[in-house]
Design a protein around this ligand. Structure first.
Ligand SMILES: Nc1nc2c(ncn2[C@@H]2O[C@H](COP(=O)(O)OP(=O)(O)OP(=O)(O)O)[C@@H](O)[C@H]2O)c(=O)[nH]1
Ligand SMILES: [Mg+2]
Ligand SMILES: [Zn+2]
Length: 336
């Protein structure tokens, strides 16, 4: 069953008991050889907007997919009416293997993890320098989720017209993460979009961050209006009259084949699912020092071999400090 990919086995309907009232289980499934390939652009109450060739098509999940949910960024196979005409609904019969997954839980005790975006190459962690205040804990958590999910991080610091970036740059400098600082004025002149764009070409970049930091403002500056119109931005008006994004939406960049994914603001980024051994991969300068670690070392415990290794001068102690800060972010509560 090669075409189902290895990521499907956790949800595979064949491994679950037959539910009452459904047909007897069978291994004979339609081949769907005529299925079209598409990409999920947005999901709204079980309706998925997919890009197939140059058309946006409304689709729903076929029953045979079981519990497995398609998310923004997923590559899917579709059958049925693929015309994209009004009142038509195609069916998604297959979700292709994902190259990356950005996951979060509502909080650290929440066993229910959701995939925010599939197949993104890069995670743009957007933080305002003021209004709302930067929250390093949230940034750290997004970084860990990026490293864990196989996404390259990019820091975007907005609203430099309201406060300088110095303190944050000090905190993140040792992580050697690329960053961009933008202001209201640079948004208006187009400089902000241009400088962010330099990091996006040819990639799928998901924008995440607290509500109100300016994700949608940036995405709108990056994506020409006619391209935004195809799917329509999903917005709601908050109590204070501000527009807030309510579902993730993938939009194509002009020129290169890059994509940006705008996402709703988050208050927290639960990391219940994180595996520390995947986080260390994001620190290639430290990774060789872990060969003498005890088995299943968290790299944040007394027997960890990294202390000795760094003391011998193999790597910058500030890097180890940064790694530990990220690993510890799982144990601490957010907001401090
Ligand atoms: N002063 C200043 N305001 C900005 C800047 N960028 C965005 N804003 C404002 O910040 C507010 C929030 O911007 P949005 O783009 O809606 O923020 P968001 O991150 O998409 O918020 P959610 O969708 O709720 O997650 C808007 O009023 C923007 O005009 C900036 O560089 N400087
Ligand atoms: Mg928004
Ligand atoms: Zn260790």
């Amino acid at each position: 069953m090669r075409r189902y990919g290895k990521h499907t086995d956790e949800d595979d309907i064949r491994s679950r008991p037959n539910r009452k009232g459904t047909r007897p289980r069978t291994n004979i499934r339609p081949a769907h050889e005529d299925a079209a390939e598409g990409m999920v652009l947005t999901v709204d109450r079980g309706r998925l907007t997919c890009l197939v060739d140059d058309r946006t098509i409304l689709a729903m999940k076929a029953r045979e997919l079981g519990r497995k949910a398609a998310v923004v960024g997923d590559r899917v196979a579709l059958v049925g009416d693929l015309s994209g005409k009004k009142d038509t609904l195609a069916r998604i019969v297959r979700i292709e293997e994902r190259s990356s997954v950005l996951r979060r839980t509502a909080d650290d005790d929440d066993p229910f993890e959701r995939v925010v975006v599939a197949n993104a190459d890069q995670l743009a962690i957007v933080t305002a320098l003021a209004d709302p205040e930067p929250r390093p804990r949230l940034i750290d958590r997004c970084l860990v989720a990026a490293f864990d999910g196989g996404l390259t991080p990019l820091l975007v610091m907005t609203k430099s017209d309201l406060a300088p970036p110095d303190k944050l740059l000090e905190l993140y400098g040792h992580l050697e993460i690329p960053y961009v600082v933008t202001s209201r004025e640079e948004l208006e002149t187009g400089d902000a979009a241009q400088r962010v764009q330099e990091h996006l070409d040819g990639k799928i970049t998901a924008f995440v961050g607290h509500s109100g930091v300016g994700k949608t403002t940036l995405v709108n500056a990056l994506v020409p209006e006619d391209r935004r119109r195809t799917t329509g931005h999903v917005n709601a008006v908050t109590g204070r009259g501000r527009h807030t994004t309510t579902s993730a939406l993938a939009l194509p960049l002009a020129g290169e084949d890059g994509w940006v994914v705008d996402t709703p603001g988050v208050r927290s980024f639960g990391l219940a699912h994180i595996d520390p051994s995947r986080v260390i991969h994001a620190f290639p300068d430290l990774e060789p020092g872990t060969v003498d670690c005890p088995r299943a070392c968290s790299h944040d415990e007394p027997d960890c071999a990294l202390d000795q290794w760094v003391a011998e001068g193999h790597a910058d102690p500030a890097r180890l400090y940064s790694l530990r800060r990220l690993l510890a972010t799982r144990e601490r509560t957010e907001g401090d």
